[in-house]
Design a protein around this ligand. Structure first.
Ligand SMILES: NC(=O)C1=CN([C@@H]2O[C@H](COP(=O)(O)OP(=O)(O)OC[C@H]3O[C@@H](n4cnc5c(N)ncnc54)[C@H](O)[C@@H]3O)[C@@H](O)[C@H]2O)C=CC1
Ligand SMILES: Nc1nc(O)c(N)c(N[C@@H]2O[C@H](COP(=O)(O)O)[C@@H](O)[C@H]2O)n1
Length: 220
């Protein structure tokens, strides 16, 4: 299993504002790079906080890239994976549309009724963990669904947990040329944070894109 985290931050490390509304930090070139990364992934993963804030589609936009996927025998779209401990994904969320397979990772706390409702919406539901999604266990079951390469798009709570669990192989951050500020604004990795034994990264690439910079790291 390969897990790649990709996100866009402001120069001060924020993913969004304190209102947690989606803002475009990336420019056109970076969004096109994200589309290519999605194309090369078996699944695109977010936390339910991102679904509630952004209602993302998590699909590949470029028709040529969709065709390239089918030409190589992959489904037209990568699967969408949502870490959602209590199955709070709204029934009308875009991730429930029929453009791609949807997999919800949840915990026992969601309850049988919510699991049945999600399955009735054609989602695949993986239950792992008591109160919160047990990410090593849940992500470890994705290969059963043909998923070997996952691109994670956020948000900060999920990304921290993935680092904490030692599941991240690569990190790409587009740093836009703006300051957002706000102690309550989400950052690339929130959660409880580390106080020792930080995650060591190896800086592999630096590239100027749009009006910002793309930093690509491997996790050491
Ligand atoms: N600029 C960017 O690239 C991106 C920005 N965002 C922004 O990030 C914000 C959303 O981020 P967050 O609020 O941090 O939400 P999040 O997307 O990280 O979701 C967190 C939720 O995931 C669920 N979850 C289940 N198991 C978990 C586990 N083991 N560890 C952690 N979470 C688990 C929990 O219900 C938790 O509340 C929004 O403002 C959104 O616009 C989101 C993605 C990318
Ligand atoms: N790469 C990137 N740059 C930004 O500036 C962003 N705001 C985000 N956000 C992520 O993109 C998702 C939107 O996906 P769709 O276009 O709806 O498929 C959003 O939910 C965040 O994951 N990313």
């Amino acid at each position: 299993m390969q897990v790649i985290v990709n996100a866009a931050t402001s120069a001060d490390g924020k993913l969004s504002t304190r209102r947690r509304e989606q803002i475009a930090i990336s420019g056109a070139e970076d969004f096109d790079r994200v589309d290519a990364l999605r194309t090369d992934s078996d699944a695109v993963m977010v936390g339910v906080g991102t679904v509630l804030a952004d209602d993302p589609s998590l699909t590949v936009d470029d028709p040529d890239r969709i065709e390239a996927r089918t030409d190589r025998g992959d489904p037209p779209q990568p699967a969408r994976v949502v870490a959602d401990s209590r199955l709070r994904t709204p029934a009308d969320a875009t991730v429930y549309d029929d453009s791609a397979e949807t997999i919800l990772l949840t915990s026992e706390a969601a309850g049988d009724d919510a699991v049945a409702d999600a399955r009735a919406r054609d989602a695949t539901v993986i239950v792992a963990g008591d109160d919160r999604v047990d990410l090593p266990a849940a992500v470890g079951r994705l290969p059963d669904h043909g998923i070997e390469r996952v691109m994670v798009e956020g948000g900060g709570e999920l990304v921290f947990s993935l680092f904490e669990a030692g599941l991240v192989d690569e990190l790409s951050v587009f740093v836009g040329s703006l300051v957002i500020g706000g102690r309550d604004a989400p950052t690339l990795a929130d959660g409880d944070g580390f106080v020792e034994s930080f995650v060591d990264l190896r800086l592999d690439e630096i590239e100027r894109i749009d009006d910002g910079v793309l930093l690509q790291y491997a996790v050491s």
